[in-house]
Ligand binder design. Structure first.
Ligand SMILES: [Zn+2]
Length: 431
């Protein structure tokens, strides 16, 4: 048993913070959350504390791609040059970088072959130090569609049905469908790919075995089809049109809310690039090239429209969850939460989007997303109070996974590899 003291606890339920409490953990699960000192404890119990810190449930990232995280390299460069073996090793490191940012559960939305299966099994077996992982394995895509090189091209209702059943047999945790083109060469982000019937078949098969289905939807047309097909969740929803415009669709938005669909905006994609270009533009001795000017304008248009879409969905009461779509960098999690706040979510709503609501969206709300008795003991210590300043969500000092301290930044060495405390945590997998 371990005892964790919390000067300030935000438990993820949306209730107001509790001060000066203790969290008793037994066998990787939270047993009690009570006022500190209110219950006699055995004298030999291990006690952990971080004075002045705020304790929160571990963050959840509903959208990653562990096989990437390869910096500025293009998809095609990585796909053509890196082996599955290298992707597994890099993916393990990516998972660890996310863990250090406070992410204790992540959902991978698409990788080649069996890359993410291996990473998930290694995490569950305690071979690598990683957040808990759910995977879609290979995303379903039309022949030549976005992410076709993950090797799950499927066409037609029966073709999609068969591919979905095969993925479920292999043990994926959910189904990911590429409903429009994307960053893959030769695909068109502004147009839908699958038909309503094809996506409905995949969703039906996932639901048959109690699993969820989500879709990559950049094109406005693909959002509309995903709604008709009955998907549980949509990713990105850029509402892109063939002329390049991004236009809100109230009729489709109403249906999304009526159907109770979960929204995963992946707000932060491209945001660091915008920051970089803005810094360059502001520098006295530097000037943006014509291409960079265009990139900056396009990035800002995407950001502003996405902030507007999030804000409108929030006003309509739709569930919005946090996901990084980590492609180039892992471990840069909280910037997306800051952007949620900019879109109008209160600091408490931001925290819920990253914890209990995200847990519900991916079907693990009985185990994760709140700091309550009976839940798995995944929580983090932040320096400061995120309700006063959402930027504090970046200040993750300690990560507790399955009841054990796995990151304690006070113990990190100044140079070299980060110190690993309790590096061999075997977790109870989430099934
Ligand atoms: Zn993605």
């Amino acid at each position: 048993m371990e005892l964790y003291l919390a000067d300030n606890l935000i438990d993820g339920t949306g209730e107001k913070p509790k001060t000066n409490v203790e969290i008793l953990v037994d066998g990787g699960r939270i047993k009690e959350v009570v006022p500190a000192g209110s219950v006699p404890r055995p004298s030999d119990i291990e006690v952990y504390s971080l004075p002045g810190a705020t304790v929160l449930p571990g963050f959840i990232d509903v959208h990653t791609h562990l096989m990437f995280g390869a910096g500025a390299r293009s998809y095609e460069d990585v796909i053509n040059n890196d082996s599955d073996d290298l992707m597994i090793i890099r993916g393990s490191r990516n998972a660890y970088l996310h863990l250090r940012a406070g992410v204790t559960m992540l959902r991978d939305c698409g990788a080649r072959n069996k890359v993410t299966f291996a990473i998930r099994e290694a995490a569950n077996a305690g071979i690598i130090l990683s957040p808990r992982i759910h995977i879609s394995g290979r995303p379903l895509t039309i022949t030549g569609g976005h992410f076709w090189w993950c090797n799950e091209e499927a066409d037609g209702v029966e073709g999609v049905r068969a591919a979905t059943r095969k993925l479920l047999k292999e043990g994926v945790d959910f189904i990911k469908i590429m409903a429009s083109g994307g960053g893959t060469q030769g695909t068109d982000s502004t147009r839908a790919s699958y038909t309503v019937e094809e996506m409905a078949a995949a969703t039906f098969e996932a639901h048959q075995v109690g699993k969820k289905a989500t879709a990559h939807t950049l094109a406005a047309e693909s959002v509309e089809r995903a709604v008709e097909a009955g998907l549980d969740q949509i990713e990105h929803f850029n509402f892109l049109h063939p002329d390049g415009s991004r236009i809100w669709d109230q009729v489709v938005a109403d249906k999304i809310v009526q159907n109770g669909m979960v929204l995963s905006p992946t707000i932060q994609t491209g945001y660091r690039q915008i920051e970089k270009l803005q810094t360059k533009a502001a520098a006295e001795d530097e000037i943006l090239t014509e291409l960079e000017e265009k990139q900056l304008a396009a990035g800002l248009y995407k950001l502003e429209t996405k902030l507007e879409f999030i804000s409108r969905f929030k006003e309509m009461g739709a569930p919005i969850v946090a996901g990084t779509d980590a492609i180039s960098v892992f471990g840069d999690y909280a910037v997306g939460l800051e952007l949620f706040h900019r879109a109008g979510l209160s600091p408490m709503e931001v925290i819920i989007s990253a914890t209990s609501l995200a847990a519900k969206a991916i079907g693990v709300e009985d185990e994760l997303g709140t700091v309550k008795p009976g839940m798995l003991a995944d929580f983090i210590y932040l320096d400061g109070d995120p309700l006063e300043n959402v930027q504090k969500l970046n200040n993750v000092e300690t990560v507790v996974l399955n009841g054990k301290v796995v990151v304690d930044k006070r113990l990190d060495m100044a140079v070299g590899l980060p110190a690993l405390a309790d590096g061999d945590v075997k977790m109870s997998p989430i099934v």
